[in-house]
Design a protein around this ligand. Structure first.
Ligand SMILES: NC(=O)c1ccc[n+]([C@@H]2O[C@H](COP(=O)([O-])OP(=O)(O)OC[C@H]3O[C@@H](n4cnc5c(N)ncnc54)[C@H](OP(=O)(O)O)[C@@H]3O)[C@@H](O)[C@H]2O)c1
Length: 327
């Protein structure tokens, strides 16, 4: 694989809230440059480019794909555009970092992985939690045995929004639902710590639009470890996580998916471990490293894991009765 030499030139696909956060945090990545932004609307692209000091503003996503001076695209639109946009950019010869969830279902992930392979391009799901320093350190310590054998993971990502059937979180045509939008974080945490669950079941409440707005997931591993994970977009939750082992406990305070510290308890000793604040740039730094090395995916967020997790989500959605137009 050919390494990318010279400047790494990013294009942004979308002008919504996560793309704004990415553009802001990117300044802390240390290298690379955002050279273009695209939107369905030229006005939105122009306004975004002006606000963030970006050279070129495209009034369509196809125009960004055709921009010869873009190496990698950050796909930050709503969930249903992840797969089609990613495939379009890969086929245009761009590398792609795509927001979580990587896609709506396994069939879409397979199309994305096939397009990355066919075009020899880098592809990674932007699961930023896996790159935030406090999360990385805590999981490394757990893997090194800091709390003995992990027995249980208890984690929540829930908040209570007013019901709005048009919002991307509640509208099935926009890929709404708690599992894919926020449940993915506690699920990723448990998977990161313990590997792929051997069994997993879901129960929960559906909004009138048919998407899940409050869910509980129960995961089991052959070792006897288990996880109780909750997520919701219309239910107040703690947004914390607690990993319990035979010799100790790790606790992530709110917000557990993006912490700047954690508390490690070993016997009677309790230590608060502090880190740099979380940010969307840590995943960009990983992308830069992989591109410089000529690699086409990251071992820290492998495509096989994104695919396997999506297949679990397909099964959990079937249990809950949540169906998307793309299914
Ligand atoms: N990593 C994180 O912490 C985090 C946090 C929040 C959200 N997310 C993820 O980021 C994605 C976007 O969420 P958001 O909160 O930024 O949403 P948002 O503020 O509602 O923005 C919607 C985004 O979708 C784009 N878009 C493209 N095609 C669209 C279409 N056909 N209809 C509607 N919008 C379209 C919009 O761009 P234009 O209007 O410019 O075309 C805009 O960038 C989701 O996949 C979500 O899961 C990640």
């Amino acid at each position: 694989m050919e390494p990318l030499n010279g400047p790494i030139r990013w294009g942004l696909a979308g002008t919504g809230s996560i793309v704004k956060s990415f553009a802001t945090d990117f300044a802390r990545a240390g290298e690379g440059e955002i050279v273009a932004v695209a939107s369905r609307s030229q006005d939105s692209a122009d306004a975004f480019a002006a606000a963030h000091g970006i050279e070129r503003a495209h009034g369509s996503y196809a125009a960004l794909a055709a921009d010869p001076d873009v190496d990698i695209v950050y796909v930050g639109g709503i969930n249903p555009v992840h797969a089609p946009q990613t495939v379009m950019f890969l086929e245009a010869g761009k590398h792609v970092l795509v927001e979580k969830p990587i896609a709506l279902n396994t069939r879409e992930v397979d199309e994305m992985i096939a397009a990355a392979a066919a075009n020899d391009r880098f592809l990674m799901e932007a699961m930023w939690m896996r790159f935030n320093p406090a999360s990385v350190d805590a999981v490394a310590r757990i893997h090194d045995g800091a709390i003995g054998e992990v027995r249980r993971v208890l984690a929540d990502f829930s908040f209570n929004l007013p019901y709005d059937p048009e919002s991307r979180l509640f509208d099935p045509t926009k890929g709404g639902g708690a599992l894919l939008d926020v449940g993915i974080y506690p699920y990723t945490l448990a998977w990161w710590i313990l590997g792929e669950p051997d069994t997993t079941t879901a129960a929960g409440h559906l909004a009138d639009t048919g998407v899940d707005d409050a869910i509980s997931l129960l995961c089991g591993w052959e070792s006897g470890a288990s996880a109780a994970l909750t997520a919701g977009v219309r239910v107040p939750g703690t947004m914390t996580a607690r990993i319990e082992g035979s010799e100790g406990v790790v606790e992530f305070p709110l917000p557990a998916h993006a912490p700047d510290h954690f508390v490690l308890t070993q016997g009677f000793d309790e230590e608060t471990v502090r880190h740099e604040p979380p940010g969307l740039h840590y995943q960009a730094i990983e992308v830069h490293r992989r591109l410089r090395a000529g690699e086409r995916e990251s071992a820290r967020m492998p495509l096989a894991t994104s695919r396997a997790m999506t297949s679990h989500f397909d099964a959990l959605r079937a249990q809950l009765g949540v169906v998307y137009p793309a299914d």
